[in-house]
Design a protein around this ligand. Structure first.
Ligand code: NAG
Ligand code: NAG
Ligand code: NAG
Ligand code: NAG
Ligand code: NAG
Ligand code: NAG
Ligand code: NAG
Ligand code: NAG
Length: 367
């Protein structure tokens, strides 16, 4: 019963998004994570092999530009901040630093540190994709941003005041899990419970670092049902037409991560009373779309629109024409349509999908 309410809810929020955008001053947004939020960071790392700066990525972006987003158009970073009244995601930090004359003005509006292929663990992606920016290094970049802001304000207290009003959006974890399942993460001998513990305790350290650097308002996106991706289906031999069965060990890692993140954030917010957060159950959110795909307008929830489970999306891949009817753009990533629906759910979803508050409540936007 709850499920059938979702599409109606989404329609309501879709029509409200416009007035929401006009009514409120958009806050500063700092974005961290992996390819789900990367808007071109890896384009600026020549040796990185996790890239989306080639067509057919961006085929539905203005001028069919391949910006580095792993999407046919916009990605979740854009769709989320658009509901906050921004035009799209702030630019990659690595692009902002290239332009010293506008750097200081720009970082007060926000920056995107997310790097495709990266993970919670430092090692994730570094072997598989040659070079990515780990979450730890993204946070180090943010700490220079903090010092640059303090250089402008002249005092830590004023910087704290600015950052306490900023929104910190994070989406990461899938790559760590894939590399663990493929035995790419060292040490390969780690048991699943040991891996889960290592992942969540490292995540805890990252969140604490951000808190110490002034972050107070967090939007946290957990790991989707990665066992249902075209990649997992191909590698672990789950046929595409078995659209209701997925690779279970990957599903279990994703679900365990959500539960552990939930416990971690409850504990953290009882220790430090000045943080507020929304934790999205990305697993459940995406599962709901898959189980009720027609209600969300999808006709294919198991294959990639561009490329296939083993072949990446590039100009020699085949690309579908009805992109809004696919959940998956390529073997790992959602289509622009799926990201848009996810963003609407983050802002308008009930507590079983995003808790303890939804993004609208967290960010105090009146709708
Ligand atoms: C992770 O990498 C950073 C550099 O990016 C380094 O400062 C840090 O010590 C590393 N952490 C661990 C746990 O290896
Ligand atoms: C930002 O801060 C870093 C570290 O303090 C410094 O190296 C850099 O020059 C600063 N950038 C600007 C534009 O002030
Ligand atoms: C800001 O940085 C500039 C050079 O990067 C330095 O000369 C100046 O003293 C710094 N100001 C403050 C308040 O730290
Ligand atoms: C990874 O290693 C484990 C234990 O050695 C093995 O059971 C599993 O099949 C390996 N997985 C892959 C994808 O190679
Ligand atoms: C799987 O696909 C078939 C059509 O091919 C559809 O009827 C069915 O509802 C789908 N099942 C799920 C769980 O999406
Ligand atoms: C597309 O990807 C495949 C598989 O990685 C590769 O063999 C091919 O050269 C790529 N094509 C282009 C145009 O980059
Ligand atoms: C994936 O796509 C590539 C390039 O179009 C093709 O060569 C390959 O056969 C496809 N694989 C499958 C399993 O369909
Ligand atoms: C989401 O937040 C809004 C506040 O913006 C609230 O009115 C609404 O009830 C919440 N949605 C659900 C389903 O809890």
């Amino acid at each position: 019963m709850a499920k059938s309410c979702i599409p109606h809810l989404l329609v309501v929020f879709l029509s409200l998004a416009v007035s929401l955008a006009a009514a409120t001053e958009p806050p500063t947004v700092y974005i961290f994570g992996d390819s789900t939020l990367d808007v071109g960071t890896n384009d600026l790392i020549p040796e990185s092999e996790a890239r989306a700066d080639v067509l057919f990525n961006g085929i539905d972006f203005p001028y069919s530009e391949s910006t580095g987003r792993f999407s046919n158009g916009l990605n979740a970073a854009d769709e989320i901040v658009m509901l906050m009244g921004l035009k799209r995601s702030p630019p990659p930090f690595l692009r902002l630093v290239q332009n010293p004359s506008t750097f200081k003005k720009n970082i007060l509006k926000g920056a995107n540190f997310a790097s495709g292929g990266s993970g919670i663990l430092n090692t994730t992606g570094q072997y598989n994709y040659k070079r990515v920016i780990s979450l730890e290094e993204q946070i180090q970049q943010f700490s220079t941003v903090r010092s640059n802001i303090t250089n402008m304000t002249g005092s830590d207290a004023q910087t704290d005041a600015i950052l306490s009003k900023a929104f910190f959006l994070i989406s990461i974890g899938s790559n760590d899990m894939f590399e663990y399942l493929l035995n790419l993460t060292v040490p390969p001998s780690m048991s699943t419970p040991e891996f889960n513990t290592a992942l969540v305790s490292t995540y805890e350290n990252h969140l604490k670092s951000l808190y110490e650097l002034g972050a107070r308002t967090f939007g946290i996106i957990t790991v989707p049902p990665i066992g249902c991706t075209p990649f997992a289906r191909a590698v672990f031999s789950i046929p595409i037409y078995h659209n209701d069965s997925c690779y279970d060990p990957a599903q279990q890692l994703a679900q365990a991560f959500y539960s552990e993140a939930q416990a971690l954030l409850e504990q953290l917010s009882s220790q430090v009373h000045d943080i507020q957060y929304s934790l999205a159950n990305t697993f459940l959110m995406t599962n709901t779309m898959m189980e009720d795909m027609l209600a969300f307008g999808f006709k294919d929830i198991s294959s990639a629109c561009c490329g296939n489970g083993t072949y990446p999306c590039n100009q020699t891949a085949t690309v579908c024409s009805n992109r809004d009817e696919y959940l998956f753009w390529d073997r790992f990533h959602p289509t622009q349509k799926a990201s848009e629906l996810a963003a609407l759910t983050l802002f308008g979803g009930s507590e079983w999908l995003v808790a303890p508050k939804n993004f609208s409540q967290l960010l105090g936007v009146n709708i």
